[in-house]
Design a protein around this ligand. Structure first.
Ligand SMILES: [Zn+2]
Ligand SMILES: [Zn+2]
Length: 185
């Protein structure tokens, strides 16, 4: 048997579909880069997917990890953070492997309830991997938990310089410290 290549996220599952329910395959996932959307790029993607033969097709479970380029929501600096996504999705063939009968929807189902194995028995995990990383990206990423952000008055990066503007409405943690110091006096 020719060795399979793992340089993308698509696998031929013809062999697995011919096996009985309960049969499994484990695939290593590796990809140097995967665009997540117009703004975000995942790099050094790696992980593992377990493919389980179920009655209706193939159930995929696994995890992926990648370095994702993010923008700090306070100071707008670009930084990279490892993000882990978890995979779980059912894939169904377009037609039964043996009989050739098309596999339609069961009662109460929509096409959104599962993904399809494409023609040629190719199970492509790219979209599943992309979505799993995207949903794990923090909504308001911080390049550091104590990022000081930008001065609201002049826009200076307060992590690297003190522009001298007073921050009267400033950080509640500093306000707490100030009142504590008052008490000590
Ligand atoms: Zn920051
Ligand atoms: Zn300032």
């Amino acid at each position: 048997m020719a060795p399979e290549t793992y340089n993308d996220l698509a696998f031929n599952v013809a062999g697995l579909l011919k096996e009985t329910v309960g049969a499994t395959r484990t695939h290593e996932l590796q990809l140097p880069e995967l665009p997540l959307d117009e703004n975000a790029m995942a790099s050094n993607l790696h992980g593992e997917a377990r493919l389980l033969r179920i009655r209706t097709g193939v159930l995929v479970e696994g995890t992926v990890e990648a370095d994702v380029t993010l923008e700090c929501s306070r100071c707008l600096i670009g930084f990279s953070e490892p993000i882990e996504g978890s995979l779980e999705e059912e894939y169904r063939p377009l037609a039964d492997m043996i009989t050739g009968i098309p596999i339609g929807l069961q009662e109460g189902e929509t096409e959104d309830d599962f993904s399809r194995i494409s023609e040629g028995n190719i199970l492509d995990l790219t979209e599943l991997v992309r979505q799993s990383i995207l949903v794990a990206v923090p909504v308001n990423p911080l390049h550091s938990p104590d990022c000081a952000g930008l001065c609201p008055e002049c826009g200076a990066d307060l992590n690297v310089e003190d522009c001298g503007h007073t921050r009267e409405s400033g950080d509640p943690r500093l306000a707490g410290l100030a009142s504590l110091l008052d008490k000590l006096d």
